[in-house]
Design a protein. Structure first.
Length: 116
């Protein structure tokens, strides 16, 4: 059984930083691409960042380029999202996602709130 558990969200002032973690079980994260999405109230879910299974490439949405960094610790089977210079518009629920064998796996989400 594959499970993804996010943590690290919270309340931060604009300009601050947070690091989100996505701990995986039931799969080896180094073998698959990992993604972070976010969804703000009334908005569609948005792809924030992605990292390939072999760490060859990463992708960032235009709104977070230069501020967010996705990474992976294979020993801890965890994918991270380091978020710096946070803005009020970054406030959302953040979800991690992995596709395995044609199946989609999502975490439960972690709330990020940014005060101005």
């Amino acid at each position: 059984q594959v499970t993804l558990v996010e943590s690290g969200g919270g309340l931060v002032q604009a300009g601050g930083s947070l690091r989100l973690s996505c701990a995986a079980s039931g799969l080896t994260v180094s073998s698959y691409a990992g993604r972070w999405y976010r969804q703000a109230p009334g908005k569609e879910r948005e792809l924030v960042a992605s990292i390939s299974g072999n760490n060859v490439w990463t992708y960032y949405g235009d709104s977070v380029k230069g501020r967010f960094t996705i990474s992976r610790d294979n020993a801890k089977n965890t994918v991270y999202l380091q978020m710096n210079s946070l803005k009020p518009e970054d406030a959302a629920i953040y979800f991690c996602y992995v596709a395995v064998g044609g199946l989609d796996y999502w975490g439960q989400g972690t709330q990020v709130t940014v005060s101005s």
